[in-house]
Design a protein around this ligand. Structure first.
Ligand code: RP5
Length: 156
């Protein structure tokens, strides 16, 4: 993620991966404030054993696109909700990549972070039957948790 301030959003990706027992690391790598760290991370990621990169950033969110320019690993972008423009700036910064440098862009904020974790797990599950089974179980539990009828609310 681009900043410590992104962790409140990006921890949902980490928690989703943890729930699925997917080994992962969380790092702060800023496209603007730590450009050398960005280049070292992006160029070294494949060699370091990473398989999928989830990059979350807000505002002028160059992080996912810059990482994607330096690695052939799949890069998922999570637009973090910015204070000034509610994350629309983040979304447009991440989603509008030029043809040839793909970033798989998720929804703004928490939902996007959760789904980035699930998407990364789905990619890894293609070659990992045990993870595929855990992902199936996760989806089953999600379905079972949805009531068929709405519960009464207090003002009813
Ligand atoms: C981006 O700027 C970060 O991804 C973050 O979402 C945003 C604000 O960062 P801070 O000023 O809170 O560090 O680079």
């Amino acid at each position: 993620m681009g900043s410590q301030s992104d962790w409140e959003t990006m921890r949902h990706a980490a928690e989703t991966l943890a729930a699925l027992e997917v080994p992962h690391e969380a790092r702060i790598v800023s496209a603007h404030r730590t450009p050398d760290r960005l280049v070292a991370f992006a160029k070294g990621a494949e060699g370091a054993g990473f398989k999928v990169i989830v990059a979350g950033a807000g505002g002028a969110a160059h992080l996912p696109g810059m990482i994607a320019s330096m690695t052939r690993l799949p890069v998922l972008g999570v637009p973090v909700e910015s204070r000034a423009l509610s994350g629309l700036d983040s979304l447009l910064s991440i989603v509008q990549m030029p043809g040839g440098v793909p970033v798989g862009t998720l929804a703004i904020g928490r939902a996007g972070a959760i789904n980035a974790g699930l998407f990364a797990a789905a990619v890894l599950a293609l070659e990992d039957p045990a993870l595929a089974a855990r992902l199936e179980a996760w989806r089953r539990r999600q379905s079972e948790a949805v009531a068929e009828r709405p519960a009464e609310t207090e003002d009813e």
